[in-house]
Design a protein around this ligand. Sequence first.
Ligand SMILES: [Cu+2]
Length: 338
Amino acid sequence: MDCIKRQWLVFAITLFLASSQWLLADSSLPTDHAPIGVMGDHGHKTGEWMFAYRYGRMDMDGNRDGTRSVSRAEIHQDFMLAPSKMTMEMHMFGGMYGINDNVTLMAMLAYKDLEMDMLTSPMAMGMMPADHKFTTRSKGFGDVKLSALWNVHKTAQSSLHATIGMGIPTGSIKQKDDNAMGVRARMPYMMQLGSGTYDPILGLTYFNKQNQWAYGAQTLNTFRLGKNDQGYQLGNEYTATTWVGVNVSHTVSWSLRLDAKAWQDIDGEDDALDPMMAPTARTDLRGGERLDGLVGLNYQHSSGHRLAFEFGVPLHQDLDGPQMETDYSVMLGWQYAP
Ligand SMILES: [Cu+2]
């Protein structure tokens, strides 16, 4: 009896060692990339290319002030218009190129499709249709983002790289759609496609790869230079995220991630917007912070194709409000390195 147990134990240990040896020998693993929602998580070797497409969607429903939900009626005490729903869809195209083993260049451009439902006050009193819902839509390309990923430290197992980049103001900040009176008018800040300013991007990414699993952390921050031609500057954006990825096989891994974001109010203002009309037109009701929890799945094929998915929900939201609150976010991605 003991003999059989011992044989089983030896067999199990051999199998475990064999599988981890095999994983070690495998040059790339699903966990070599961070969850798909993390941008610029890895560098490339000299002359290596990578193309990426990501589809992202975020749904916002209702408003909050601080951590408290705010009803439509409360918003109408101060404003004629209350935002009720927003859907943000993004098609993100990215390219990476390793100019040497320590520096990788990255370019990203997103096509955005933004939709917002607004409700007019039941007491609109002849100014506009009362108690009426209307939808505004804004779509087009956003700002081009160019970055360099520079290895500060690299061993077989761990790496640390700095991200230094710039957002180029290619996205429109003059998007218009029909307002409550059916007149084409400038849409509020969050419906615009770009920042209108040159935006320095600074980040740091740590990655640690074991055989069966990997973990990492990243901070990525966007700053603004000066004011745009409409007379305002969007607030800075700060993010910090940390994740763990676990290989299920040499093709599939899953991941867990925490993502913390903070963004500031707007400096200056767009004169084409009336801050008395809607909270979305107020420059001092834009800042906030949010912590998301995300689960993800990565699949890599030996041909160099990768597919990945990530789903997140907010665990905490604290907004300068009334401001629209996030319900969930989804990202689906395809990456190809020939
Ligand atoms: Cu890449």
